[in-house]
Design a binder for this molecule. Sequence first.
Ligand code: ZN
Length: 251
Amino acid sequence: MKVIFHERFYEVYTHDPAAAPGRMEAMVKALENEFEFVEPTPASDRDIERVHGRQHLQSVKEDGLIYKVGRLAAGGAILAGELACQGQPAFGLIRPPGHHASPHSCWGFCYFNNVAVAVKKLLSAGKIKSALILDFDLHFGDGTANTFAGSQEVTYVHPSGGHRAPYLKDLQGRLESEKTCDLIAVSAGFDRHEDDWGGLLKTEDYNAIGQWAKEFSFRLCQGRRFGVLEGGYNHAVLGINVKTFLQGFSD
Ligand SMILES: [Zn+2]
């Protein structure tokens, strides 16, 4: 399991909770002794334009710092996806997050839809023909859903539910019901944790979710799987939650 990270993700590029100082540090501290870190290169405008319109790209470019960090985050997702296709599961420890970035607009601390940019690149290169995106963030990834609305190739799954056991059962059931798929990509947001905004999941649940996603990949996708960070805002538990997820998700 490779973790994709770049020092630039430490940069406090704006005043929102995803960009907060100390957030990446908490996760790096929890992961650096257990996983190999690799550095991404920035996504190209061409990569970003597979998902986003030119006007949206131009509007993000108006803030030079956000553009710089944002294209590096998208590049991190691309690298994670490419490693997954080479048989190496990977996780993009990246920010800004992406799942609220639609083709022509964005909100919710997101600018470019990292997971969508990665999946579209793999599809256009012919490395995969289909993908499932599992999003366990507290919030619905409207940007990802909009990007792949009506798509025959990509299924977006965002389980919901206000109680822990039914939520987990729904998530597991949605994975078990799929019949064919070349790759699973996970939008991993940790804001549904009991000590985060959603107040629902326990740390051990992230291990189970990671294992279910891994089992899905072995059942249908020859093990091809990667994840990217979305939300998660309580720095006191974020590190252990990401680590626990990756222990389930890795071989
Ligand atoms: Zn969220």
